[in-house]
Design a protein around this ligand. Structure first.
Ligand code: GCV
Length: 721
């Protein structure tokens, strides 16, 4: 027996040495994200190795150059399956890592760096002293770090590195994650375990995960993090928590990441003992100024404040009959001497009941255009309501040319099946970024609004509500990591292709094999349409269960605030379905630039995607496809379920490319998603049929249960609330 095992082991060793082992390696738990650095296939390794003979860095590197060199050593060492040496002089095949000021050999090349700004990088194949080398450079150390990650990405994705000439500069200045993490480590809308921030043991204990978080973010160009929930506890501004935030800032600094905090507008009352938080009260302004000074003593490069004010019960300037701009500007004045900024959220809606929630942010903020201080950016959610599977772009984009507008998207999937449903959000983010506001004629895309190009703003921002927690795989599933990745890559370049980003991610996270990459990326791109189809087809929105926002609940119409009720959004009755936002209804279309308003208002041009977002139509309305609206609605729900089944089949065929642990997890999650897509379809059809009183189209299977069954389902311990 022992002999047989020994023989077997010998055979395995020989097979592996010959590079013949089946590709999926040992089980992986997802911790390494897209920075796995597993040995590349032999041919790619052989092509890359001569151009990665050694790393040449400045003799006394800064902390940032230090981490760039360490990452290159780690990455190239792993990918090329041999140690990556560090040298002080450039031999053949060396990689020179530094700014021209730090490495005279780079300075001597007089490379064209002026267009790179202070965060861009250049990767260039060059000749130094007659030797072929690779240059990784920029105008700043953080530019060099981004360049190091870009070089690693080239190698990881199997792209050649022998004739490099790759320059890249981020289009958006602030590229940040917003953590909705509470100080007790719960995470609002978090589905990946408790908060990554171990607040209790900070500032002393530095979980190594913090460094890996910084590495992952730097690898995709994220340069800011808001540590705490926008529903902010005033305690975040106590000296105890400032010290904890400072410890994190120290860890993140070498990676080019600044720390920001969400603040509670009533902090002067709750912490400072003042009687008011009125932004025009001099004592209030003085309290914030002193607080800002205190923070900057602990965190000299502190980024600034994120504020949710007069929204969902949060305090704000409206409590004192002051405007949002008066509130924001008072905070901005406290931060300005330190070059900090205020990120003021435009997510507001009130309990009016008879209005249209989709109009409220525009109505409140558009009149304030031009009234914000220079160091204020207004953070606007992608759609006018709330991170739905599909929404048209917010009409604020393009409507406030005198104010820098930042884009806020949700990476965590509050309304898209939490962590278990596979939904690639790159497609959703890109749909918003590519949307044409027509604010300044055709081509005035949301991307151009938020990167500052359209209205010539220096301050620009894109923020993603993080999906990161303390789960071993960070995001609650391996495929959710793609959403973090895609967010960072699109923040760097909002015109990038979400498909190309998915290709990069799939190659780095799983396998370079085209047999894997093609089908997996197709599956990811399909996944966003699938979720729209089984949850909210044809422009429906906000049909999710109360509070937890998980399963279907289109019937709910008894919540105290009208705008919390799914029935408020679907408006289904015996005559039809949909929200009339044309001039016969709320006229929300009028908030868009005329060509867009015209397109959305006209049934001939609105298209299926936004049909019921903008129109209330009879069940028997004839669609472009010539089906009735009712039949089309049912078909879309069913299609969503079928698409998830297709995703399952695709994934099953990927087994041979993926390690068993990650394969099994995604397989199980897809089975959950399929079961729940069916639930969404059945419950939605059961409810809408109770309104339409129409038979199901031929061939459609009736819901598995009665409407009463679906209505009775409860989820008392759902995560993330
Ligand atoms: C942080 C939605 C979510 C809330 C969230 C809010 C916001 O309403 O359900 O959990 O609060 O958006 O973005 O402020």
């Amino acid at each position: 027996m022992i002999e047989r095992i020994a023989r077997l082991a010998a055979i395995v060793t020989i097979v592996m040495a010959l590079g013949l082992a089946a590709s999926p390696a040992a089980a992986e738990d997802g911790y390494a994200l897209w920075l796995r650095y597993q040995p590349l296939p032999q041919g790619i390794r052989a092509a890359a190795a001569p151009h990665a003979a050694a790393i040449v860095a400045p003799a006394a590197p800064s902390p940032t150059i230090g981490v760039a060199v360490a990452e290159l050593q780690r990455g190239l060492g792993g990918l090329l399956a041999r140690p990556e040496p560090v040298a002080h002089t450039a031999g053949v095949g060396a990689i020179l890592v530094g700014t021209p000021a730090e490495l005279p050999a780079i300075a001597a090349l007089h490379l064209p760096l002026s267009g790179l700004g202070d965060e861009g990088y250049l990767l260039r194949s060059a000749t130094v002293d007659g030797k072929a080398v690779t240059i990784v450079t920029g105008n700043s150390d953080v530019g060099v770090l981004y360049g190091a990650f870009a070089l690693l990405r080239q190698v990881q994705t199997g792209a050649p590195i022998d004739r490099l000439d790759l320059a890249s500069t981020p289009k958006v200045r602030i590229r940040m994650l917003d953590h909705w993490d509470n100080l007790d480590r719960t995470v609002e809308r978090g589905y990946a375990g408790e908060s990554i921030w171990d607040w209790w043991r900070l500032p002393d204990w530095h979980d190594p995960r913090y460094t890996d978080y910084a590495r992952a973010n730097a690898s995709i160009g994220i340069n800011g993090t808001v540590l705490n929930n926008v529903n902010a506890s005033p305690d975040i501004l106590t000296p105890r928590f400032i010290a904890k935030a400072a410890a994190l800032a120290d860890i993140f600094r070498p990676y080019g990441i600044k720390v920001y905090l969400s603040v509670n507008f009533a902090s002067p009352i709750k912490l400072g003992g003042l009687k008011t938080a009125d932004p025009l009260d001099p004592q209030v302004a003085a309290w914030w100024k002193a607080k800002a000074d205190e923070i900057y003593k602990a965190i000299p490069d502190f980024g600034g404040f994120l504020v949710k004010a007069n929204s969902e019960g949060q305090p704000g300037p409206g409590d004192y009959h002051r405007s949002h701009s008066q509130g924001a500007n008072m905070l901005a004045a406290a931060l300005a001497p330190h070059h900090g900024i205020v990120i003021w959220r435009a997510f507001v809606y009130t309990a009016t009941g008879d209005g249209d929630r989709a109009k409220e942010a525009y109505d409140e903020f558009k009149p304030l255009d031009g009234q914000f201080a220079d160091n204020v950016v207004l953070q606007v959610k992608n759609g006018p309501i709330d991170f739905q599977p599909r929404e048209p772009f917010s009409p604020l984009f393009g409507a406030m040319p005198k104010t820098p507008l930042g884009l806020e998207v949700q990476i965590t999937k509050e309304y898209l099946g939490f962590a278990t449903h596979l939904v690639y959000l790159g497609a959703l983010f890109q749909e918003t970024l590519d949307a044409d506001t027509y604010a300044d004629g055709p081509g005035s895309t949301v991307a151009k609004v938020i990167d500052g190009e359209l209205d010539h703003h220096q301050l620009s921002l894109i923020a993603g509500v993080a999906n990161i927690g303390s789960d071993r795989d960070w995001c609650g599933s391996d495929f959710n990591q793609a959403n973090w990745y895609a967010f960072g890559r699109l923040a760097w370049d909002p015109t990038a292709s979400s498909r190309a980003i998915a290709v990069e991610w799939a190659k780095m996270t799983f396998s370079l094999d085209p047999g894997f990459v093609g089908p997996t990326v197709d599956m990811m791109m399909l996944s966003r349409e699938a979720v729209v189809n089984y949850m909210t087809p044809l422009g429906l929105a906000h049909q999710m269960g109360t509070n937890h926002h998980y399963g279907p609940a289109p019937w709910v119409d008894n919540l105290p605030q009208a705008e919390w009720n799914p029935a408020y959004y679907n408006r289904a009755d015996a005559t039809g379905i949909g929200f009339d936002r044309t001039k016969t209804g709320s006229n929300a279309v009028a908030q868009y630039a005329p060509p867009v308003a015209k397109r959305f208002a006209d049934l001939a041009t609105v298209g299926d995607k936004y049909l019921l977002w903008f129109h209330h139509l009879p069940w028997t309305y004839r669609m472009a496809s010539d089906e009735t609206l009712w039949d089309s609605l049912v078909h879309h729900y069913t299609l969503g379920v079928t698409q998830v089944a297709d995703m399952q089949n695709t994934w099953t065929a990927m087994q041979r490319y993926v390690d068993p642990e990650r394969y099994a997890k995604a397989t199980t999650f897809l089975a959950i998603q399929h079961r729940e897509a069916q639930w969404w379809r059945d419950a939605s059809i059961a409810y809408f049929q109770s309104k339409s009183h129409l038979p199901l189209p031929a061939g459609e299977v009736p819901p598995a249960h009665s409407l009463a069954y679906y209505e009775a389902l409860r989820f008392p311990h759902a995560p993330g609330i």
